[in-house]
Design a protein around this ligand. Sequence first.
Ligand SMILES: Cc1cc2nc3c(=O)[nH]c(=O)nc-3n(C[C@H](O)[C@H](O)[C@H](O)COP(=O)(O)OP(=O)(O)OC[C@H]3O[C@@H](n4cnc5c(N)ncnc54)[C@H](O)[C@@H]3O)c2cc1C
Length: 163
Amino acid sequence: MAARCSIAFMIMASCLSVVVSGGIPGNLFALSVASKLRVDRNSTAGASSDFGRIVAAAPEAVLHPATPADIAELVRFSASSPSPFPVAPRGQGHSARGQSLAPGGVVVDMRALASRRGRVNVSAGAAPYVDAGGEQLWADVLRATLEHGLAPRVWTDYLRITM
Ligand SMILES: Cc1cc2nc3c(=O)[nH]c(=O)nc-3n(C[C@H](O)[C@H](O)[C@H](O)COP(=O)(O)OP(=O)(O)OC[C@H]3O[C@@H](n4cnc5c(N)ncnc54)[C@H](O)[C@@H]3O)c2cc1C
């Protein structure tokens, strides 16, 4: 039994890669987006892995943007820092190998933008198109287009992920 447990542990340890990195400058919390940053363990732990469960990497903070300008402020701040830190957008976190993680940096929870109205606009003219925010689920885009008797031609086979 003990031997079986240690073999299982060794397999898990070799599969799970844990990424650790630097950190964010303290003056990030002096920016106007500071009130939308969460640093509590629940928030950072929730953004430390993805659906693949292969890579684990904790961010130092999670941003819940109210507008795209909040994201721009964060990215500008990181880019102009002496040591830029990772910033990663996260939709539903269904990626397989840590693509939505920001080791030691800031994860932007794009779903926060979904509460804003008017982020899916369907143009049903002669050349129909949809203009939608990157936080929108394919399921919600489909719902909006169906109201016009239209549907996108190409799909993922699971619709509860972001565009
Ligand atoms: C077990 C498994 C099965 C899967 N099966 C399928 C399948 O059958 N069909 C299929 O199509 N896909 C499949 N996928 C892949 C998955 O659908 C994609 O990874 C998809 O991008 C996940 O969407 P998300 O909203 O969860 O994105 P996230 O995982 O949150 O992010 C994915 C990537 O996009 C970036 N990103 C997120 N939001 C934005 C934004 N607004 N602007 C710019 N970049 C952004 C992230 O930083 C990250 O790099 C599967 C994945 C897994 C783990």
